[in-house]
Design a binder for this molecule. Structure first.
Ligand code: KG4
Ligand code: ZN
Length: 341
């Protein structure tokens, strides 16, 4: 079965063609440059950019897959959560295509798709559900930090989430305090690689609380006061690197410790992770080290599938069709605050 998926929930316009387990193409047009000027995603601009990019991106995905629109067996799009105007662009376009082609349409929860992106691997990429095992899945992006128990394929339960800022937001906001360009996450990752993570001591919020929730706004505030009291730190390249490494270590310690603790508590032996922050090299290393120490299986989403992409939307949509999940009506609306589970 060949399916075209579209993702426009935030600032990436993406289209992918998936055939069974195989991802035939995954075209992504990122808007990072556009929003960098404003220091964050501007919803109205994002929607306009999706309108401009959608058809070229869809055409690219079809061309790379060697598939004509008439050969599609099904359509899918992100239905939520996300920015309303941005979601509407991809969701309504996919519904219209399904209507014209008289094919089934699947509306996908963006976070649910993140849960399965770590199972897509290889070159060319394919979903490896034969290897699936129950797991604890960590989703960390600019807007969300979620810990989820994936009990079986398509069955999951949210264990915890962030009470305030998401981990990516914490990278971006503390980076802004240091004068780094948006999004600061990749820049902190780069600078931290030559810094000392023990140079400055920052709080590890909720680390020892008996829950699976996260909170990062207190860490951001303590970085703000630290910079106010020690402005000289921003003047030296080594001290900036040390600051980046120390902030990054605080975020990573909490993410890794709480993920591993939930896995142990639930008696599971598998951890998966996805979302833009999972591109972070030190976080990938720490998760790898921690899981290896307990002989847990770790599946990290490929970096190209950590950030928003339509491949993960298409893979989940085909899984839902295969499992005969109820499909939304063709005139159903977007769900901007669609909570996982
Ligand atoms: O999942 P994503 O592409 O977008 C949404 O939030 O929807 O995640 C973007 C976030 C940003 O906060 C960005 O700073 C962060 O992921 N990020 C990173 C790295 N690459 C992206 N954070 C830390 N280290 C990185 N290498
Ligand atoms: Zn995402």
């Amino acid at each position: 079965m060949i399916l075209l998926a579209i993702e426009t929930s935030c600032d990436e316009t993406s289209a992918a063609v998936v055939d069974g387990d195989r991802v035939l193409s995954n075209a992504v047009a990122s808007q990072i440059q556009l929003h960098a000027e404003y220091g964050g995603v501007v919803p109205e601009l994002a929607a306009r950019e999706h309108l401009r990019n959608l058809m070229p991106v869809v055409q690219t995905a079809l061309r790379h897959a060697g598939v004509a629109a008439g050969q599609l067996d099904a359509l899918a799009a992100t239905q939520g959560p996300g920015l309303p105007l941005a979601l509407l662009v991809g969701f309504k376009a996919a519904q219209a295509l399904a209507f014209v082609l008289q094919k089934p349409f699947v509306g996908v929860n963006h976070h649910e798709a993140h849960l399965y992106s770590p199972w897509i691997a290889g070159s060319p990429p394919a979903a490896d559900f034969a290897a699936f095992e129950p797991n604890v899945s960590l989703i960390v992006s600019g807007g969300h930090t979620l810990l989820v128990h994936v009990e079986s394929e398509l069955r999951h339960r949210v264990l915890g989430s962030t009470l305030d800022d998401a981990a990516g937001e914490c990278f971006d906001k503390t980076g802004k305090l240091m004068g780094l360009p948006y999004p600061a996450g990749p820049e902190i990752d780069r600078l931290a690689s030559s810094g000392n993570p023990l140079a400055y001591d920052f709080p590890r919020p909720l680390l020892h609380e008996p829950n699976d929730d996260f909170s990062f706004s207190g860490l951001k505030t303590s970085v703000r006061y630290f910079i106010r009291d020690h402005p000289e730190v921003l003047a030296g390249s080594q001290t900036i690197s040390d600051l980046c490494a120390s902030v990054q270590a605080a975020i990573i310690d909490v993410l890794v410790a709480k993920t591993l603790r939930a896995t142990r508590r639930l008696g599971l032996r598998c951890v998966t992770a996805s979302g833009g922050v999972i591109c972070n090299r030190a976080l990938r290393q720490e998760l790898t080290r921690a899981c290896a120490g307990r002989s847990y299986t770790l599946r990290l989403a490929d970096k190209s599938l950590c950030t928003d992409n339509a491949a993960m939307i298409g893979v989940l949509a085909l899984r839902k069709l295969a499992h005969h999940h109820p499909l939304p009506a063709l005139d159903e609306e977007i769900k901007t605050n669609w909570a996982l589970g």
